[in-house]
Design a binder for this molecule. Sequence first.
Ligand SMILES: *[C@@H]1O[C@H](CO)[C@@H](O)[C@H](O)[C@H]1NC(C)=O
Ligand SMILES: *[C@@H]1O[C@H](CO)[C@@H](O)[C@H](O)[C@H]1NC(C)=O
Ligand SMILES: *[C@@H]1O[C@H](CO)[C@@H](O)[C@H](O)[C@H]1NC(C)=O
Ligand SMILES: *[C@@H]1O[C@H](CO)[C@@H](O)[C@H](O)[C@H]1NC(C)=O
Ligand SMILES: *[C@@H]1O[C@H](CO)[C@@H](O)[C@H](O)[C@H]1NC(C)=O
Ligand SMILES: CC(=O)N[C@H]1CO[C@H](CO)[C@@H](O)[C@@H]1O
Ligand SMILES: CC(=O)N[C@H]1CO[C@H](CO)[C@@H](O)[C@@H]1O
Length: 891
Amino acid sequence: MVHYASASWLSLALAAFASPALARGVGPRDPVPAGYHAAPYYPTPHGGWLDSWRDAYTKAEALVAQMTLAEKTNITSGVGIYMGKDPSCVVPCVGNTGSADRLGFPQLCLQDSALGVSSADNVTAFPAGITTGATWDKALMYARGVAMGKEFRGKGANVHLGPSVGPLGRKPLGGRNWEGFGSDPVLQAKAAAQHIKGIQEQGIIATIKHYIGNEQEMYRMYNPFQPGYSANIDDRTLHELYLWPFAEAVHAGVGAVMTAYNAVNGSACSQHSSLINGILKDELGFQGMVMSDWLSHISGVDSALAGLDMNMPGDTNIPLFGFSLWQYELTRSVLNGSVPLDRLNDMATRVVATWYKMRQDKDHPRPNFSSNTRDRDGLLYPAAVFSPVGQVNWFVNVQDDHNLVARQVAQDAITLLKNNGSFLPLSDSSKLTVFGTDAQVNPSGPNACLNRACNTGTLGMGWGSGVADYPYFDDPISAIRRRVPDVKFHNSDNFPKLSDTPSPDDVAIVFISSDAGENSLTVENNHGDRDSDKLAAWHGGDKLVQKAAEQYNNVVVVVHTVGPLILESWIDLPSVKAVLFAHLPGQEAGDSLTNVLFGDVSPSGHLPYSITKAATDYPDSIANLKGFALGQVQDTYSEGLYIDYRSLHKQAIKPRFAFGHGLSYTTFSFSNATIRAVTPLTLLPPPRAPKGPTPSFPTTIPAASEAYFPEGFNTIWRYLYPWLRRNEADDAHAIGVAGDKKYAYPDGYSTVQRGTGPAAGGGEGGHPALWDVAFEVRLAVTNTGDRHHHAGKASVQAYLQYPRGVPYDTPVVQLRDFEKTRALGPGESETVTLRLTRKDVSVWDVELQNWVVPGVEGGRYTVWIGEASDRLFMACYTDSGECEGGLESPV
Ligand SMILES: *[C@@H]1O[C@H](CO)[C@@H](O)[C@H](O)[C@H]1NC(C)=O
Ligand SMILES: *[C@@H]1O[C@H](CO)[C@@H](O)[C@H](O)[C@H]1NC(C)=O
Ligand SMILES: *[C@@H]1O[C@H](CO)[C@@H](O)[C@H](O)[C@H]1NC(C)=O
Ligand SMILES: *[C@@H]1O[C@H](CO)[C@@H](O)[C@H](O)[C@H]1NC(C)=O
Ligand SMILES: *[C@@H]1O[C@H](CO)[C@@H](O)[C@H](O)[C@H]1NC(C)=O
Ligand SMILES: CC(=O)N[C@H]1CO[C@H](CO)[C@@H](O)[C@@H]1O
Ligand SMILES: CC(=O)N[C@H]1CO[C@H](CO)[C@@H](O)[C@@H]1O
């Protein structure tokens, strides 16, 4: 989603490009590197063939069968950015579809963000995705989803625009990595699945985004002068890394998918037939609806044929002129025969079925807030220039006790990277001095910067559309003062002249930060991505730590950050005793931190990415952002599977802190491990089941009268409607019925539904057998601290090593499952179970186009178990069924 500070500057700035033809804007391109291609895949597979969606599709079929052409095109598109109100209710969300009021199908409210209800009052500002990932706790990932889902429901939204798993976190400098859960497909996948479950159980449609390859912010969007960049990804890398969390989301029943701004292999994601029709809807069996990211829609007919089902927010990619490539144009495209009615029927049915699937036909509340103003009254159609005014905000408080889960996530994410000599926890009698502007809330208020587009005061979230307003902000300095009232605080990022020399026991706590966000806004010269500050702390934070370390014997560094930083300039200084990554805590930044600092709880967060010693420890393709090019910027994934720890292992580079690293105030032992083969494996999944029946509708071109603008309808200027003027509808209909003028269809275009579908498909997310549990590992985790030690939660991580000699190049180890224990007191144990599915032990074979178990003939898979990707001290073997401990990490 793109945010504009105000509608008016945009109209002025873009008045020159008002023509929808220009808005298609594909200028000269730099060539996509040889070998990368976007193969055609047509037609869109009909939705409805899976039993799990049968009920929803049966109801949807009955409703759509009664819809006119204009009603169908109305519900598949937004009514325009900053629009929304219809005569009966206010729908002022970031996206608002048209309705079919005659049949009781309402306008749908689509609302950001992945960390809370955006642009609304009285909501919870939850910790960001990256923070949630750092908990490595599935139960908390789910609980956060439940609480957030309740808030979206309480505000009357239909669709939650989250979770985000794309970007996956390939580039450490990438601007939106923090909206997702960490730089590993399995961590992203399991977190997203828990989130989706929590959201959708509240009757809210979750949206997995951004599909796919949106790994940097700069040059992501198509505009009249330049196409969005092309992420050039080979098939195996796509399946084993970037698609993995999307597949898991579809498996979890996600209702909606949002396409990305960028292109893949040269073709824009919003009209990429092999990505949407082929991989998402056929191979992954996705039954819900596919929407465009905001203003990323660049073609009308082509995107419909490629499988897009919903156009958001309705406008062309130059908004606010009342132009759309769908709505009235989609109506025209169906009348003139270019878009088969069959495709529109499927689009509308997918939208309606998703609505039924989440039970939104039963007492779903209507929106009671406006994204456009925080005042009670506001413009009903802000984009219309002349708009009536009325009540738009009802200030419904949806927070309930969600601060508790928000705080728990923030607290359990806090990652202790270094704690020399067990310096932490602090005692309440410590003599403390706090440094850094990041310790205190923005003096102008936590929401002072629109879309959080500034890094002033404690950094609780990044910037852009992925934010929410803070109802309040529990900042670290207030929480510290509640413990140690006479703490000194230097609210500056420059080290002050100290009045007294610190004594040897004095403790300095230094707060530093690093921010990132969406490319639509630039902060301190960072264009979404961290292109200016790179992997250094902002505002000279690294210098501040060094200065403090010169003056104090004991320095504790607290870092609020969107991602990894290079810590080398100070991490080994002997007076830097402890380092805590608090990630992006949201509103609960204070007590969550002091509970850890002062030892009420032991830290239990683990890094959701690696921290290298130098940016150049990664290959150029991931270390650097792609810069300006005259044509289409080419972002080629030449590193293949080797991102983050996979890359470091391959190059034998030791990071400063490894993926999964996190210390505790206590120690744990893992013992008594067993491994058990659960489901017998075959090289390939068994032959897939055929598809079930799908709805069927008449497919002849509808009567032109179904598209006529109603007599005397009072239009709102620039609002997008599905109707055509009578003569336009008649003309289009004449073309369609004559059938002699043919649309210039893409190569490989077809309207004949394919038969059974890909062998790797057959269920939601892919072949159901891919989720068969192949191996189960159980082990006991014991808190081995003595009785003076603390209770603590242990993270148990399972990484898979493929058998030697398999005919595929595989990373040494890859995360496959993880669990977190409850808080174990000293001496206490818990039994933990980890599961590896058939898919977990497979590789994607590009020739066979299927998941192959390369070690099926008695190959020895090793399941490595430990506390981090570099602390794997236990191994279980699938061939012998034995486990052993006390080992050296394989890498
Ligand atoms: C992109 O091109 C690569 C190389 O030919 C191919 O393996 C992959 O399947 C293509 N991906 C898509 C989504 O078209
Ligand atoms: C399209 O949706 C708008 C907004 O809800 C509504 O005013 C209009 O009547 C709808 N058109 C049709 C054909 O239902
Ligand atoms: C039908 O209408 C669409 C939308 O305006 C247009 O793109 C397409 O070229 C038209 N097709 C024909 C055959 O005129
Ligand atoms: C840890 O503390 C000891 C004793 O103060 C010191 O000698 C050593 O350099 C420190 N190590 C690091 C990595 O900070
Ligand atoms: C491990 O197994 C042994 C033998 O069965 C048992 O005595 C011990 O309590 C187990 N340890 C844990 C931590 O469960
Ligand atoms: C209970 C509560 O937090 N209510 C707030 C809801 O939002 C309005 C407008 O911002 C505030 O005035 C209320 O205090
Ligand atoms: C306009 C509107 O529908 N407002 C509703 C917002 O939510 C509250 C509480 O659920 C309702 O009472 C309002 O009617």
